[in-house]
Design a protein. Structure first.
Length: 267
């Protein structure tokens, strides 16, 4: 799955770059028209649109998927399907698809809001470092990898409990940013007067989840958090060089196949 995710992201980036040039001037003209057009004050719809447009493409994609799945949980007729495919449990009859689908699944509004807040806070930094396409590949891979680590821990301890939520994948984003920018200053939203470095925050989170896993705490899926954090640290340290920077053969093959098909179509 991870190989497919990164391969698809590489092709997506190629197609995006190829199609961006002809539309550049159209987008610039649209931005200019928006600036000279009279703006309505107090327009709630426009404020929402402005907030949405300020999100990166990756943030919008992940947020929309989480909100959609959250709405599905509210439908009584979908409840059995949601428990089967949108919660991860190694004792379930569905094993593979929930490893990805549970990453976008939140039953509680507070749970989803908290995860989305952390994602919005850190994903802009990682998108600026990796680009939108690579970010999506990392995020999807992180969801599957963190769930796999959770499966292994549950099998080892014999504690078969369903898990759901984006926190494993979000831990990858958080750990990647904190590893890449360890001296960045962070603060808790409710206690902004207390600041600490990103590196120290990551150490504290890993220590907390390690203790939770060792002591059998059940408030969070600590194994998934640790799996996500370790994957994020590994990827920005080694994975980017080993995976993303070696995508050229795939992109070249895709370019040749695309050019050959275009040539046949033109003939």
């Amino acid at each position: 799955f991870t190989g497919s995710a990164f391969g698809s992201a590489a092709i997506w980036q190629y197609e995006s770059l190829k199609s961006r040039a002809p539309t550049y001037f159209e987008e610039a003209r649209a931005d200019w028209l928006d600036k000279i057009r009279p703006q309505k004050r107090g327009d709630f719809r426009k404020q929402v649109n402005s907030w949405w447009n300020n999100l990166t493409e990756g943030q919008r994609t992940v947020t929309a998927a989480n909100v959609f799945v959250f709405c599905l949980w509210r439908l009584p007729g979908m409840r059995r399907i949601m428990f089967t495919y949108f919660t991860s449990d190694p004792s379930s009859r569905a094993l593979c698809s929930p490893m990805l689908l549970s990453t976008f699944s939140h039953f509680s509004l507070f749970h989803m809001a908290a995860n989305m807040y952390v994602l919005w806070s850190f994903s802009s930094s990682i998108v600026s470092l990796l680009g939108c396409e690579q970010f999506i590949a990392v995020y999807l891979s992180a969801g599957v990898i963190s769930t796999f680590v959770s499966y292994v821990a549950k099998m080892a301890t014999g504690r078969f409990e369903p898990s759901l939520g984006a926190s494993g994948a979000i831990m990858t984003v958080l750990a990647a940013v904190c590893t890449k920018m360890p001296e960045a200053k962070l603060a808790i939203i409710f206690l902004p007067m207390f600041t600490f470095t990103a590196g120290n925050a990551l150490k504290a989170i890993i220590a907390f989840d390690t203790a939770g896993l060792a002591l059998g705490w059940r408030l969070f899926d600590h194994a998934a958090h640790l799996g996500g954090a370790l994957f994020g640290m590994w990827y920005v340290t080694y994975g980017h060089e080993l995976i993303w920077k070696n995508r050229e053969p795939l992109v070249k093959a895709w370019h040749e196949m695309r050019t050959k098909n275009t040539g046949k179509g033109g003939g």
